[in-house]
Design a protein around this ligand. Structure first.
Ligand SMILES: CC(C)(COP(=O)(O)OP(=O)(O)OC[C@H]1O[C@@H](n2cnc3c(N)ncnc32)[C@H](O)[C@@H]1OP(=O)(O)O)[C@@H](O)C(=O)NCCC(=O)NCCS
Length: 301
C-alpha cells in the first residue's frame, strides 16, 4: 500500500482520545524513545483532553496532543508526538493549530523539547524559562552516602518536618497550591493520592509549607509536583520520598532553582535533558516561581 501524499496527511481527521487509547498512545511514546507511561496517560486523559490522528496505515496513532485546562486563565499543552514514519509532514503543526483554535483566548503554556521549540516559536509562543531534567540513584546524605559530610544545604538544618499526606490534607494542599501554581488545579490534586506511590507534605509549626508526589514511570520514580516554601523544604520532601524507594529518581526542576539542582547533583542525580518553558497570550507563567520547584509532568504545565 502506498503512503498518502503529504497533502492528504494534513487533511486526516483529528479525534478526541479516551482511556481506550492508552495502548496506542504508549506505542507512540515508544516510537519516539519516550517511556511508554500508560499510567501517566491514564491521568492525562481523565483530567485533560487528548487529541489524536489515526495512522493511515492502520497501525495505531500517527500523532497526539493533550490539553490540560485550568479555567479561563491557563491551558497547558503537552504530549505533542508524531510517529517517526510521519515526521516533517505537517501533523504537529496541524494539531497545534487545532488546539489553539479550540481554546480560543485562553493563554497557553508548555515545556518545549529542542525538536518542538521551532514549531512553537513559529506559532507565536515565547520562551520564558527552562526546566532541567535530572535523574539517577538518589544518595541520601550526599556523595558517599549517609555517613559522609552532608551536601551543601541540608534540610535537617531547617525545622521543617515531612510526613505522608492524609485524606484531610487535601483542602490545605489545594489552598497552598493555588497562589503557587497560579490557577486552580483541584482536578489534578484530587487525583494525586490514587496516581502517586506516595504523596508527602512538609510542615513547620503545624503549618503546611510544601508537598510533593512520587509516581512511577517505567523503572523510574518521578518527583512532581514539588511545591515548597524554600529550598530546605524542597530538599526535605525529596529526601523523604527518595527514602521510600530503591528505584532511580527523576525530577524536572525549574532551572531558576540552582541551589536545589546543586544539591540534587551532590545527591547523585545527573542532568538528563532540558526543556524550554514557553507561553502564548501571557508574558510569563502565573503564580509564584520561587515556590514552584517541579511540575507534576511536563505535559501538565
Ligand atoms: C516535534 C514533533 C512533534 C514535530 O512533529 P512533525 O509532525 O514532524 O512537525 P511538522 O511537520 O508539523 O513541522 C512543524 C515545524 O516544526 C519544526 N520541526 C519539526 N521537526 C523538527 C526537527 N526534528 N528539528 C527541528 N525542527 C523541527 C520545523 O520548523 C517544522 O516546520 P517545517 O517542516 O515547515 O520546517 C516530532 O518531531 C516529535 O514527535 N518529536 C518527539 C517528541 C517531541 O519532542 N515532541 C515535542 C514536545 S514539546
Amino acid at each position: 500500500m502506498h503512503s498518502p501524499s503529504p497533502h492528504s496527511l494534513v487533511e486526516l481527521p483529528i479525534r478526541h482520545l479516551n482511556r481506550g487509547d492508552l495502548v496506542p498512545c504508549a506505542d507512540l511514546c515508544e516510537d519516539r524513545g519516550w517511556p511508554r507511561d500508560e499510567h501517566r496517560w491514564g491521568l492525562l486523559l481523565s483530567a485533560g483532553t487528548g487529541y489524536g490522528i489515526d495512522a493511515p496505515d492502520g497501525k495505531g496513532l500517527a500523532a497526539t496532543c493533550l490539553t490540560m485546562p485550568y479555567g479561563a486563565d491557563l491551558t497547558a499543552v503537552g504530549m505533542l508526538l508524531v510517529a517517526e514514519r510521519y515526521a516533517r509532514r505537517g501533523l504537529a503543526r496541524r494539531l497545534m493549530r487545532h488546539v489553539m483554535e479550540t481554546v480560543g483566548d485562553t493563554p497557553l503554556a508548555l515545556y518545549a523539547t529542542e525538536q518542538g521549540q521551532p514549531l512553537y516559536e513559529d506559532l507565536g509562543f515565547s520562551p520564558v524559562g527552562r526546566a532541567e531534567r535530572v535523574g539517577g540513584r538518589f544518595r541520601a546524605g550526599g556523595p558517599g552516602g549517609v555517613s559522609s559530610p552532608a551536601p551543601t544545604l541540608v534540610a535537617s538544618r531547617s525545622s521543617v518536618t515531612t510526613r505522608p499526606a492524609a485524606a484531610d490534607d487535601l483542602q490545605a494542599l489545594v489552598r497552598l497550591d493555588l497562589p503557587v501554581f497560579g490557577a486552580d488545579r483541584t482536578h489534578i490534586l484530587a487525583r494525586l493520592p490514587a496516581f502517586s506511590d506516595r504523596l508527602q507534605v512538609a510542615e513547620e509549626h503545624g503549618e503546611l509549607v510544601g508537598y510533593a508526589a512520587l509516581w512511577p514511570s517505567g523503572p523510574t520514580e518521578v518527583v512532581g509536583p514539588l511545591i515548597a516554601r524554600d529550598t530546605a523544604a524542597a530538599q526535605a520532601l525529596i529526601a523523604a520520598l527518595g527514602a521510600t524507594t530503591d528505584r532511580p529518581l527523576r525530577v524536572d526542576v525549574e532551572a531558576r532553582h540552582k541551589e536545589l539542582l546543586g544539591w540534587l547533583a551532590e545527591s547523585g542525580l545527573e542532568p538528563l535533558s532540558r526543556t524550554t518553558v514557553m507561553t502564548y497570550g501571557i508574558p510569563d507563567l502565573p503564580g509564584d516561581a520561587a515556590r514552584r520547584f517541579a511540575p507534576l509532568t511536563l505535559a501538565t504545565g
